[in-house]
Design a binder for this molecule. Structure first.
Ligand SMILES: C[S@@+](CC[C@H](N)C(=O)[O-])C[C@H]1O[C@@H](n2cnc3c(N)ncnc32)[C@H](O)[C@@H]1O
Length: 252
């Protein structure tokens, strides 16, 4: 539900971090001309755009369960084949792709091992399966100031730190359970500059993802209290948020 939002809201909230992450993740996965790739949980298309640029739109397929994101990628990336589907049930035959990637998706899968197993099933034998998830568990994700402040105000608020793949070593464990082999893990990093506190804060009020869901669940006074605590915790603007994601790759 927290991804039943418009592509523009997503871009302003998370796209500002996932767009610069896409080339770093594609390098880690070894995406190179001549390959045919699947983007699982494509959202409005941060990684899809990077894959289309490297491989050509005709060599890229993408899936996402969110109707608004599927529509956005169709409009933004003509030539890419986009379908509404979840990782756990990919609508493709076996070994169709050279590589299958999931950027910032495993922690939202209902069954991460089943999703990764499906990604391996549709990848040719010896092809690369890769995924990355923000280091929410280690407090190095792009939302860590928000969640620290939110839990200071209400220790019962569930943050994203316990989600699948969001801590060191866990993605590799999930890959192994899904039968993916020759595993490598790495920590990817992006730096994003925020010109003002308001530019950083305002997208949290758009209701995107668990953090946006929490911000919009508060009444006006609660939201203002959270906003001001975040302001105290951040350096004076302009400031840079350094966001780190755990990434794993292996062979199908
Ligand atoms: C944080 S967004 C990442 C989007 C995009 N990959 C990016 O890097 O900007 C998470 C995405 O996972 C999608 N998603 C949620 N559950 C999923 C599942 N079971 N299988 C595939 N995608 C899923 C959501 O709809 C959303 O688009």
């Amino acid at each position: 539900m927290s991804f039943a939002v418009g592509a523009d809201a997503y871009d302003r909230f998370m796209g500002r971090y996932s767009q610069p992450l896409a080339p770093v993740f594609a390098d880690f996965a070894g995406v190179a001309a001549g390959q045919c790739a699947l983007d699982v949980g494509c959202g409005p298309g941060a990684l899809t755009a990077e894959l289309a640029g490297r491989l050509g739109a005709d060599s890229v397929s993408a899936v996402d369960p969110s109707e608004s994101f599927v529509a956005a990628v169709r409009a933004r990336q003509p030539g890419v084949s986009v379908q509404r589907a979840a990782a756990e049930e990919l609508p493709f035959e076996e070994q169709l792709f050279d590589t299958a990637l999931a950027q910032l998706v495993v922690h939202f899968m209902a069954d991460p091992v089943a999703g990764l197993r499906e990604m391996a099933r549709v990848t040719r034998k010896g092809g690369v399966v890769a995924a990355c998830v923000w280091d929410h568990g280690g407090g190095q994700g792009p939302l860590s100031v928000f969640w620290t402040a939110a839990r200071e105000l209400d220790p019962n608020v569930p943050d994203e730190s316990q989600l699948a793949g969001a801590r060191e070593g866990h993605l590799a464990e999930l890959f192994a359970a899904a039968g993916v082999h020759d595993l490598e893990e790495s920590l990817l990093s992006v730096d994003v500059e925020h010109p003002s506190f308001e530019e950083w804060w305002e997208p949290f009020t758009l209701g995107v993802g668990p953090a946006g869901g929490h911000a919009t669940s508060l009444d006006a006074a609660g939201q203002a209290e959270l906003r001001e605590l975040c302001r105290e915790k951040l350096p004076p603007a302009p400031f840079v948020v350094s966001a780190r994601a755990w990434a794993a790759r292996g062979l199908a």
